[in-house]
Design a binder for this molecule. Structure first.
Ligand SMILES: [Zn+2]
Length: 112
């Protein structure tokens, strides 16, 4: 009788553990899904913000650097125009985005 009662109790405990595990698993999946949606929304918000993509082109001889708006096909290491100072190849050294809200000028020309 006592053994039978113990058996019933053990099964109940197992059921409770399984139920708790299920709750934890469901909670984990739900929270993961929520985080995923949240991070996606955050990215979308970032994309909605006005930003400019700037391409920095530097002369191989480091005597001239130009920054201009990103153009399709730009990539770091790409050979761009000839240097107006020494005639050497100019290579894209940096590509970055700047938010337009910062009040900074979108792009500038500079020479070293
Ligand atoms: Zn140069």
């Amino acid at each position: 009788m006592n053994i039978a009662l113990l058996d019933v109790d053990f099964t109940d405990v197992l059921l409770i553990i399984i139920a708790l595990l299920l709750v934890v698993i469901v909670a984990y999946i739900v929270s993961n899904g929520w985080l995923y949606t949240r991070s996606r929304r955050r990215t979308e918000n970032l994309e909605d913000k006005p930003a400019k993509i700037i391409t920095v082109i530097s002369c191989k001889n480091n005597d001239y650097t130009i920054e201009r708006e990103f153009q399709e096909g730009d990539f770091i290491g790409k050979v761009a125009d000839k240097c107006p100072k020494c005639g050497a190849e100019m290579i894209i050294s940096k590509i970055y985005t700047i938010p337009l809200e910062s009040g900074q000028k979108p792009y500038k020309q500079s020479s070293r």
